[in-house]
Design a protein around this ligand. Structure first.
Ligand code: PMP
Length: 439
């Protein structure tokens, strides 16, 4: 058994997206994990209501993935993929291309969701340029969008605290309005019916700048990190048709929705709307080794494959693009998804999940519940003048009660591993409602 003991001081690790001083005064530390549960350093079992960070879709420490990583590390630990290669990323890309609908047939590998997003934005800009439309440089994101923490992703993202500390970010970026509206859509089950017209804002932005200046629009089909915002019926379709009208690329950031979260392999399948580029990460390797990827439709890849054969077509890539360990982990992960039919399993649990989540209506502090597939957002009324404090207190209390939840502002997000059983759903609801009632 691997033994990594805690140092006397926790000060050296500068924790990401965490109130470091608050956490270090009373840390929550995991020692191990298996399937649906974490075990904390003090030996308590915690039910994983969030699949880690929306990523451990097949459950924790799956033997098949562990073995694949182990064997790969012992056989070929690393090979460059710049002007060199190894079978891993070729085999994985081929398999992914077959999983994806239509002509989403080409895969560019990165190491995280943030890198996948910045890669997709760069591909979009370069695509217009190689086709002789270099004037298309503007990017359009959305308020309350989260696209990771690279400069590109933060620029198109719509979360004020993630942006305001870091200067003027990328120039030429606009934002669509978000689709969250409690007055219209509180306690909607599945896709809300109100809000498709908000996509028309794209038409306004395009007209304002002239279509010849716009490169791409990027959205999360279901916005996760800002509190599970489900797209209104018809909204994504409208974005697609406006993009088509003006020759703008549509990018779906499927870092959360990819690999079964909605009960289909991808949100592309779930909504039946085809973007031009898709970003994924997280569930691609079941989070056992970091990996991100961008899927591109054939005409995008083909646009780059002209000119001299000896010339590099895209000046972009990472030392670890297509890393052997990540490829091995991803192949084993896809085996599990397929053999255990986990995406269908998610689909078959979705209505039970929906009813369970909506049973929280009426529990103290709950002002909205929203859901799709195996994801849910539970919005709490904020304590006046203390935004986020109520949900954070719920997180701390849930952890003590043996349930891992995720919070953003005063919204609780749940997105369990897809292997869960109905009794896990019951346990989640029971523990969460107990915590909320006692607060
Ligand atoms: N895009 C989306 C939609 C995400 O949810 C996330 C991470 N939660 C990212 C991008 C960034 O991924 P990473 O943290 O792996 O860089």
């Amino acid at each position: 058994m691997l033994d990594i003991s805690l140092p006397e001081s926790l000060d050296a690790f500068w924790m990401p997206f965490t109130a470091n001083r608050q956490f270090k005064a009373k840390p929550r530390l995991m020692a191990s994990a298996k399937d649906m549960h974490y075990i904390t350093v003090d030996g308590r079992q915690v039910l994983d209501g969030t699949a880690g960070l929306w990523c451990v879709n097949a459950g924790h420490c799956r033997d098949r993935i562990v073995d694949a990583i182990h064997q790969q590390a012992a056989t070929l630990d690393f090979s460059p993929t710049f002007q060199m290669g190894h079978p891993g990323p070729f085999a994985l890309a081929d398999r992914l291309a077959k999983m994806l609908p239509g002509d989403l047939d080409h895969v560019f590998f990165a190491n995280s969701g943030s890198e996948a997003v910045d890669t997709a934005l760069k591909i979009a800009l370069a695509y217009h340029r190689v086709r002789g439309e270099a004037s298309r440089t503007r990017l359009i994101g959305r308020e309350r969008g989260y696209h990771g923490v690279g400069f590109g992703g933060v620029s198109v993202g719509g979360i004020a605290p993630n942006r305001k500390f870091f200067g003027s970010l990328l120039p030429g970026v606009d934002h669509l309005p978000h689709t969250h509206n409690l007055e219209q859509n509180a306690f909607s089950k599945g896709q809300p019916t109100w809000g498709a017209h908000l996509a028309d804002e794209l038409e306004r932005i395009v007209t304002l700048h002239d279509p010849s200046t716009i490169a791409a629009v990027i959205v999360e089909p279901v916005a996760g990190s800002t509190g599970v915002l489900i797209p209104p019926v018809g909204y994504l379709e409208k974005l697609r048709s406006i993009c088509d009208k003006y020759g703008i690329l549509l990018i779906f950031d499927e870092v959360i929705t990819g690999f079964g979260r909605l009960g289909k392999a991808f949100a592309v399948d779930y909504f039946g709307v085809m973007p031009d580029l898709v970003c994924v990460a997280k569930g691609i390797t079941n989070a056992a080794v970091p990996m991100g990827a961008v899927f591109a439709r054939s005409y995008i890849y083909d646009a780059f494959m002209h000119g001299q054969e000896s010339a590099i077509e895209l000046f972009h890539g990472y030392t670890y693009s297509g890393h052997p360990l990540a490829c091995a982990a991803a192949m084993a992960t896809l085996d599990i998804y397929e053999e255990e039919q986990l995406f269908d399993r998610a689909a078959s649990l979705a209505s039970y999940w929906e009813e369970a989540m909506h049973s929280l209506k009426g529990v103290p502090h709950v002002i909205d519940v929203r859901n799709l597939g195996l994801v849910a957002g539970i919005e709490l009324e904020s304590i006046p003048g203390q935004p986020g404090v109520r949900a954070y207190n719920a997180l701390v209390n849930c952890f003590e009660q043996g349930l891992l939840i995720r919070t953003t502002g005063d919204i609780i997000a749940l997105s369990p591993p897809l292997i869960l059983e109905k009794h896990h759903i019951d346990e989640m609801v029971e523990r969460l409602s107990h915590v909320l009632r006692s607060m």
